[in-house]
Design a protein around this ligand. Structure first.
Ligand SMILES: [Zn+2]
Length: 196
């Protein structure tokens, strides 16, 4: 059996728990011919049968694994852009049959995109903190007077109410923290060379 890339495995677990890993395994190992949700459910049951009879993917009842659980998991993978399907109407029953395949080759792109979103969020927050670097008068704290750098400069860093010194607010630590996080995220290695 082909093995899932460890990073992908963790990602699947976050998406849908243990069953998402097993569904991922089935999709990876049936890439030659697309597989139905029923097929995936049966394969997982077969693999676990005898191996570990105590394990169950269902909570609170005796059943080992329901078709509906596999369907929900496939939909989670589909929402996460890691699986695709096509449906064909069964002429005899009139029901749709869903054939599934994985799109794990998009995984690296998904990770890079997630990193880009996270990095942008941090940069926006950093910009906000930098633009909101205020000066306050400690003696008139209750007056809620805040001055940005330009206004503080105009005031010669003196409080217009009491004449006391204006002091920089303490978001320096936060700015430093945000900068460190950005560097950290930029340097994470997300390259996946042996994904399939
Ligand atoms: Zn003051």
């Amino acid at each position: 059996m082909k093995e899932l890339n460890p990073l992908l495995k963790s990602f699947l677990y976050i998406l849908g728990g243990d069953i998402a890993i097993e569904v991922g395994n089935e999709l990876l190992n049936s890439e030659e011919d697309d597989i139905t949700d029923e097929g995936i459910t049966e394969n997982i049951k077969d693999r676990f049968k005898g191996e570990n009879p105590d394990i169950s993917f269902e909570e609170n009842d005796g059943e080992f694994l329901k078709l509906n659980t596999v369907r929900k998991t496939l939909y989670k993978l589909y929402s996460g852009k890691l699986a695709q399907f096509r449906r064909i109407r069964d002429k005899s029953t009139g029901w749709f049959i869903y054939y599934w395949w994985h799109e794990f080759d998009l995984f690296e792109e998904i990770l890079l995109e997630k990193r880009r979103v996270m990095e942008n969020k941090l940069r926006d927050r950093l910009k906000f903190e930098e633009n909101n670097y205020f000066f306050v008068c400690k003696d008139c704290k209750d007056s809620n007077n805040q001055f940005n750098f330009d206004r503080g400069f105009e005031l010669n860093f003196r409080c217009p109410d009491c004449g006391g010194p204006l002091e920089a607010q303490e978001n320096k630590d936060l700015i430093h923290f945000l900068m460190e996080k950005i560097v950290l995220i930029e340097n994470i290695d997300l390259s996946i060379d042996t994904i399939v």
